[in-house]
Design a binder for this molecule. Sequence first.
Ligand SMILES: [Ca+2]
Ligand SMILES: [Ca+2]
Length: 263
Amino acid sequence: MPGAAWTLEPTGGLGAAVALGDLDGDGLAEAVLGAPDRDGTGAVYLLAADAGDGDAGALADALWTGPDESAALGAVLATGDADGDGYADLLLAAPGWGSGAAWLLAGSSGGPASLDGARARLDGVAATALAVADDGSWWVGAAEAEGGRGRVLGLPGEAAGVLGDNDALAAITGEPGMRLGAALAARDGTLAVGAPATAGGSGAVFVWEADAPTDLDDAAFSAWGAVEGRAFATALALSPGGTLAAGAPGADGDAGAAWVLAP
Ligand SMILES: [Ca+2]
Ligand SMILES: [Ca+2]
């Protein structure tokens, strides 16, 4: 593959989640790779851009493991500068640890902290998607919450310590069965949240602009999958200009499709 820097020995579902960010401020992005099935606990590897080929554990500059045997650490990941200090910070989650938890690890010249040294930990959320917005707020989607309605929480970038619902700057619960929060994207004041099980699995995306969301009805716009089983908005991405890409892996009899929606 053009530009591929390295290949890694398969281990524990490595690559279930990936993120890039300059976590130590040296001007080069590091790769962060999740392996949620590794040894039951799950693991997250931090690799330098020039790590080379070989065993991921041996090459990693940092390795985090989940706090217990069902934690599935590394199922979802995100990077972004939550505290505005110029270092990318790392969001990672262990959806199987108790009722789920997500950690915000601050980047620094020494690299990111351990889980125990996290800037913040959000408890009680089995994350299915994570995102850091440009304003530093960070967002956690939990598609299986509330019996499959799904839930999205937004936390302020400066939040620290052990966090819960009371610390959230926004909390939205989905409608029955929609799996709100299965996918998230945040960019330039725009937040996009996927609900791929909406309406017989046709799926929908809800987009808020400028203001923090309060409920589904105050979304600036929404787009709907229209065809049952399409699973529209299973994956989302936003460009800096506000262009939204949405994947629909169930489209056309599981052939899948993606849409790009211009603002
Ligand atoms: Ca770096
Ligand atoms: Ca930072």
